[in-house]
Design a protein around this ligand. Structure first.
Ligand SMILES: [Zn+2]
Length: 283
């Protein structure tokens, strides 16, 4: 007889790569309540990192803990920075996880509500967090949505997995994450390749100012592309997606318009401009 297995799909808190892994079901039934920690060795999910997945007894992921072989001071603590930009990217990734950082860029850019589900006043200041992400978004799109808090009382809800399912039923259109580096809900369908790419590109620099400049320059270019797509759509009654992509690709010298980029542009126009505009695009 084969042993029952549960499939978990953890995402590396350091680099965002995710992969399905099989865990014997007995791991989850050894306890009747509480949380289970599973160590994920380097190579099992991503090439470079090992980490711990925290799950509940129903095999729902609750969060992650990074295992640092050598934790440098610089990564653990927020250095004093004489700059309007408070967070180095690495610090932020260590605090809330790679994919939550990518998700917050997406939420701010495409105007989705976002909430951090947390049980205590952690040292992460929401105002600073909002300021950090809004800084990357150009006018008139910045400051249009705020990252907010949902408080989680672990005495009333000893099982966070259960509480998360209540919240996702209520806030169906919001991006939800927790301080344990876990994304509780993603309300959009496009994946985070774009955000992942710009974060990794920005991580090649260490100066927080340069990092945010790289990200905001890329976002500016994306918005220019989207606004150009809007002017094309404003001037036509109907257009096929193929023709729209071809026109954009010819006119926008800096960008390659592939299916994914087109999906992002459509999402931007739908969320930021008008749903009717999108209806002009024929498959
Ligand atoms: Zn990784």
């Amino acid at each position: 007889m084969t042993e029952d297995i549960k499939i978990l799909k953890p995402a590396c808190p350091k680099c965002g790569v995710f992969k399905a892994i099989s865990i014997p079901a007995s791991v989850f039934t050894q306890k009747s309540f509480g949380l289970i920690k599973i160590q994920v060795p380097q190579g099992a999910v991503c090439e470079d990192h090992q980490f711990i997945v925290i799950a509940d007894t129903e095999a729902r992921i609750i969060g992650y803990e990074a295992i640092d072989v050598s934790v440098s001071k610089e990564e653990e603590e927020l250095p004093e920075i004489e700059s309007e930009i408070k967070f180095p990217l690495k610090y932020l990734i260590n605090k809330i996880g790679f994919n939550s950082v990518a998700g917050l860029i997406h939420a701010k850019l495409f105007k989705y509500d976002s909430f951090i589900i947390r049980s205590d006043e952690s040292d992460m200041n929401l105002e600073d967090l909002n300021e950090y992400f809004d800084f990357m978004i150009p006018e008139p799109y910045k400051n249009s949505v705020k990252i907010d808090t949902i408080s989680y009382d672990d005495e009333i809800f000893p099982n966070p997995g259960y509480f998360y399912s209540l919240v996702t039923n209520q806030k169906t259109k919001a991006f939800l994450f927790n301080p344990r580096k876990h994304i509780v809900q993603i309300p959009w369908r496009t994946n985070l390749y774009y955000e992942t790419h710009i974060i990794n590109y920005a991580l090649e620099r260490t100066d927080p100012k340069e990092q945010t400049k790289i990200i905001s320059d890329s976002i500016k270019r994306f918005i220019n592309d989207s606004e150009y797509a809007k002017t094309i759509l404003d001037g036509v009654k109907k257009i096929s997606e193929k023709d729209l992509m071809k026109t954009l690709d010819e006119k926008l010298a800096m960008t390659t318009i592939n299916k994914y980029r087109m999906a992002l542009i459509k999402e931007f126009l739908r969320r930021r401009v008008s749903v009717d505009l999108i209806k002009k695009i024929k498959k």
